[in-house]
Design a protein around this ligand. Structure first.
Ligand code: DAH
Length: 353
């Protein structure tokens, strides 16, 4: 066969093989054209023992006049084959890439089955809300242990052993002489030990008392202690912050009044009442006909308490209050039995999404 014919037949063979490779690749894109793929094509035509190389070797067979034409045809063939292989390789790679994308594609718009999400307990909600309100007024949020010493729970709060006020709080004593805190007031003492005046703190948390359980009494309940110490703190400061606290909870201005109340750790001590939000004054079941609801025991900190916090009562004064959170949550969400709060009953909890 003349060399020019041979060139034509290699070209035709290359085209055929390329088509076969592409066809195979269509069926099996990821494998790059199957076993007889693009790489074997390169070896078969352009390799050291390949067909184009063999044709090159035959160039010397051509006569002197023929040689330029044959040389040109050979170069053209080689170029065609190189380009053909490169193009095919590129498009096979693109195909494989597409295939990979297709196989990894995830429809993120699909609606999945949703896992049920829990929600914050109404008590936690009120606590967080109050923490926000007070920190925005410059108060620091403090914590204290549930298991307290007699000193922090009573002694430092001006309730010495055998003081009749200890009877007001039925205490769970532990065998080691410690106790479960009966109120959040020990956080006041811890606050005074940590901070120097002027300071403002709140201390929310659980408290424990040996109560007979009924619709309005639980052995575990929640309080939020508040305390401010500075020079010249007066009852006016107490009223201001008490009102701010209650307006925040009820999301409206509330009318308040002070009545004298007795707590060993304050002098004078008060009960801060709010105008009944249900009847607005004339009296109803909720306020037991009085028109006022008792909400916030409070007072000016007793000098003995300041002293146990190493604060000089001649120089500083302060106010304190102890808010019961459970009754507040019950009023706000109209819950008629305190036992629901710790029931862990989903039928109850689901009402506060
Ligand atoms: N600790 C008191 C109690 O449990 C509540 C209380 C009353 C706290 C007056 C105070 C306060 O800070 O000033 O019952």
């Amino acid at each position: 066969m003349s060399i020019l014919h041979a060139i034509e037949s290699v070209r035709a063979e290359f085209q055929r093989t390329l088509r076969a490779v592409l066809e195979e690749a269509g069926k099996n894109a990821a494998a790059g054209g199957g076993p007889g793929g693009i790489e074997s094509l390169r070896v078969r035509f352009l390799g050291r023992k390949g067909q184009v190389t063999a044709l090159m070797a035959r160039l010397k067979e051509a006569s002197a006049e023929e040689r330029p034409q044959v040389g040109k045809a050979l170069n053209q063939l080689r170029q065609e084959i190189e380009e053909g292989i490169q193009k095919t390789q590129d498009s096979l790679e693109a195909l494989a890439c597409e295939e990979e994308l297709r196989s990894e594609w995830v429809d993120i718009t699909l609606d999945l089955e949703r896992r049920p999400l829990g929600s914050l307990h109404p008590l936690t909600r009120i606590q967080y809300d109050l923490e926000d309100a007070f920190t925005s007024m410059g108060f620091e949020v403090l914590d204290g242990p549930h298991v307290e010493t007699d000193y922090f729970n009573f002694e430092a709060l001006n309730i010495p052993a055998h003081h009749p006020a200890r009877d007001m709080q039925d205490t769970f004593y532990l065998e080691d002489g410690n106790l479960l805190r009966t109120h959040t007031s020990p956080i006041q003492v811890r606050g005074m030990m940590r901070l120097r005046p002027p300071f403002k703190i709140i201390g929310p948390g659980k408290v424990f008392r040996c109560e007979r359980i009924d619709a309005s009494h639980e052995v575990t309940f929640h309080q939020l202690e508040g305390m401010m110490v500075d020079r010249d703190i007066k009852v006016a400061h107490l009223i201001y912050f008490g009102k701010a606290l209650l307006s925040r909870i009820f999301k409206k201005e509330v009318e308040v009044r002070l009545r004298p109340g007795y707590f060993p750790f304050v002098e004078p001590g008060f009960e801060l009442d709010i105008r009944c939000l249900i009847c607005g004054g004339p009296g109803c079941q909720v306020c037991k006909g009085v028109g006022w609801v008792e909400l916030l025991p409070c007072g000016l900190i007793h000098p003995n308490v300041l002293r146990s916090g190493k604060i000089d009562p001649e120089e500083y004064s302060g106010f304190a209050f102890g808010l019961g959170l459970d009754r507040l949550v019950m009023m706000k969400f109209q819950i008629d039995d305190i036992r629901h709060l710790h029931s862990a009953d989903l039928r109850f909890l689901k009402q506060f999404p």
